[in-house]
Design a binder for this molecule. Structure first.
Ligand SMILES: Nc1ncnc2c1ncn2[C@@H]1O[C@H](COP(=O)(O)OP(=O)(O)OP(=O)(O)O)[C@@H](O)[C@H]1O
Ligand SMILES: [Mg+2]
Length: 408
């Protein structure tokens, strides 16, 4: 599933080619067409071992240890439950593997949010119930300057809804597609902010597993906001063997089917940093098996324009042995202390005191100039799910949530 679509989905992203190639690779046509089997769909597959073959399977999952909680519905102080009817649907602003993300306005106070809607039948069919519950559970725990805030979660018989802050500066993907690549200075701040967010996740035992330009947004000042916790996992002891992630960003130990943990995020961050700096990930092929071979065996080469410190940083994150990888010995602190990032003061970084080089054009709280037009062209409507598709929908008992800050 993932394998075939990976070949087809990024036809214009050749092994090299910079700006033009990037545009072709992730152009307007490619992304909004994402189907449930889309190439960069983070699908949990059989537990490793088979490399590309495992990626293609797309079904099994070792996450059965995550138990779906009992109903822990939280009400606001006014005891008023939040439902779908409380929101006006304004526009489609994104599409994921299981549903849409829409810009919505809360009817009572006019506040604007991003509403992620997931179809229960699709989640059950693709055995992603545990991942979805983990997304909701972990997002309710995470409060961090560079991680999206979840305000409410609720459900209907056929769908799950997550009401997130609307982050309106656009995906890194959107900007990278438009600009080809970013300056070293600009990438440095992005990487430092993403590293701080990963450090926080890891500190509570959560591995994120899906760093990629589509999942990383900019706020209106140009700071990082990480969204999409659909693949994250709590791994308090040991690691996990689930083969999941997005092909280009998969760490070698995942491809080899080995037990893996936090260092996979440092590898993916290295891949993303390389892509932002040069326009393409370090190991890329339209043929997914070839790409996996490259990730496992190709030498890492750099364009001449990167500084020595930057190359050393990328080499550190893109170290194939997870035990020797930058970040494996001291996690985020070790990453932050690399000479390329060392100038950032961590407290000032978290306080967003470093001014981003690029500030997105954002004309108002509801403006969508940083969203791909192809999404905006879609109708912002609640689609109908046929009754026959709903078997097992009561598996989502513990999903509903209201952020306590909503009561203040
Ligand atoms: N809070 C937000 N504000 C603005 N846009 C958002 C927000 N959350 C998500 N999006 C947009 O919607 C897209 C899809 O959301 P998300 O990645 O969470 O869905 P998904 O189904 O988990 O994705 P995937 O295809 O990776 O499985 C994102 O790539 C992003 O462009
Ligand atoms: Mg996503």
């Amino acid at each position: 599933m993932g394998q075939e679509n990976s070949k087809d989905g990024k036809p214009g992203k050749p092994g090299k080619g910079g700006k033009g190639a990037k545009g072709g690779a992730k152009g307007n046509d490619a992304k909004p067409d994402k189907t449930p089997e889309k190439p960069d769909t983070p699908v949990a597959a059989t537990s490793g071992g088979g490399g590309a073959a495992a990626a293609a399977a797309g079904g099994g999952d070792d996450d059965d240890d995550i138990v779906i909680g009992k109903d822990d519905t939280v009400f606001s102080k006014s005891k008023k439950k939040v439902t779908q009817a409380d929101f006006d649907l304004l526009k489609v602003i994104g599409k994921g593997s299981f549903g849409k993300v829409m810009l919505v306005r809360k009817k009572d106070d006019g506040a604007v949010y991003a509403m992620k809607v997931l179809r229960k039948d699709a989640i059950i069919k693709r055995r992603q119930v545990a991942h979805t519950q983990a997304e909701r559970d972990i997002l309710t725990q995470l409060k961090h300057p560079f991680i999206v805030n979840l305000n409410f979660a609720f459900q209907t018989r056929d769908k799950l809804f997550m009401i997130l802050d609307f982050v309106n500066g656009g995906e890194l993907f959107f900007h990278l597609k438009n600009e080809g690549r970013f300056s070293e200075n600009r990438v440095k701040l992005y990487v430092a902010e993403i590293a701080a967010a990963m450090e926080h996740c890891h500190s509570i035992g959560v591995v994120y597993r899906d760093i990629k330009p589509e999942n990383i947004l900019l706020d209106k000042e140009g700071h990082i906001v990480i969204t999409d916790f659909g693949l994250c996992k709590q791994i308090d002891d040991g690691g996990t063997k689930t083969f999941c992630g997005t092909p280009e960003y998969l760490a070698p130990e995942v491809l080899k089917g080995q037990t893996h943990s936090m260092p996979v995020d440092w590898w993916s961050l290295g891949t993303l940093a390389f892509e932002m700096l040069t326009g393409l990930p370090p190991y890329y092929s339209q043929n997914i098996n070839e790409m996996y071979e490259k990730i496992l065996y190709d030498p890492l080469t750099f364009p001449a324009f990167l500084s020595e410190e930057c190359k050393s940083f990328l080499e550190g994150l893109l170290t194939r042995d997870p035990e020797k990888r930058l970040g494996s010995n001291g996690d985020g602190e070790e990453v932050r202390n690399h000479p390329w990032l060392r100038d950032f003061d961590f407290k000032r970084l978290l306080a967003k005191e470093y001014k981003p080089e690029f500030v997105p054009t954002v004309s108002s709280a509801t403006s969508t100039e940083n969203v791909d037009q192809a999404f905006l062209d879609e109708e912002a409507a609640d689609s109908h799910v046929p009754d026959s598709a709903l078997t097992g929908a009561d598996e989502f008992d513990g999903f509903t949530f209201v952020d306590s800050r909503m009561n203040q």
